[in-house]
Design a protein around this ligand. Structure first.
Ligand SMILES: CC(C)(COP(=O)(O)OP(=O)(O)OC[C@H]1O[C@@H](n2cnc3c(N)ncnc32)[C@H](O)[C@@H]1OP(=O)(O)O)[C@@H](O)C(=O)NCCC(=O)NCCS
Length: 163
């Protein structure tokens, strides 16, 4: 599979949600959850600039960023993807939901699709995720997905690894 070729973005079909490439027409809905280097977009223009950087990272083979789509409504409910480590055969899995879709199980399903794709298509040897000690919803999500804590750092970051 030629993962990082232009025009060959890896969309992933699931039963309740699917993962697909983010389009310019999605950006209006995604400002709230558009981040790059931990800086959040405030406007659609900034979300578009962030998306352009994300697209370049994808073309460079450094990341894959999916929109998570509700198959029933075709609306994007959040995003997830692999953002670091691909050059080493690893993937840092990250995710964020639009707040109105919290608590409905969307992310668990989106992450399961991303994990399956990471293991079986990308052949990642390790999948990990980083969050903070205070981020209880993220920790709960990761533990439900069979991630275990492997590292704590002084600056409050904790690292989880898929087992
Ligand atoms: C982390 C984050 C994605 C978790 O969101 P979430 O809504 O808790 O996660 P899910 O979409 O998997 O939903 C799980 C919840 O939906 C409930 N749920 C409702 N209907 C469900 C269904 N049909 N199927 C599964 N779960 C369902 C579950 O019981 C669970 O609730 P609980 O945590 O109260 O037990 C969200 O808090 C977020 O976007 N945070 C900001 C970004 C962030 O911190 N990212 C993490 C980086 S590692």
């Amino acid at each position: 599979m030629n993962l990082f070729q232009y025009g060959n973005f890896p969309n992933v079909k699931g039963s309740r949600v699917s993962l697909r490439q983010i389009l310019d027409t999605d950006l209006d809905d995604l400002v709230e959850i558009s981040f790059y280097d931990a800086i959040q977009a405030k406007t659609i223009q900034q979300a578009a600039e962030i998306q352009a950087k994300i697209n370049q990272d994808y073309r460079d083979g450094n990341s894959i960023h999916w929109g998570i789509v509700d198959n029933a409504t075709h609306k994007i409910v959040g995003t997830c993807g692999y953002y670091r480590g691909l050059d080493k055969g690893e993937g840092e899995l990250g995710c964020v939901l639009l707040s109105k879709y919290y608590g409905q199980g969307y992310m668990r399903e989106g992450m399961l699709l991303a994990i399956d794709f990471g293991l079986n298509q990308m052949k990642l040897e390790r999948i990990w995720a980083a969050t903070s000690q205070q981020n209880a919803p993220a920790i709960k999500l990761l533990e439900r997905l069979n991630f275990v804590k492997v590292k704590e750092t002084d600056d409050d970051e904790i690292e989880y690894e898929l087992r």
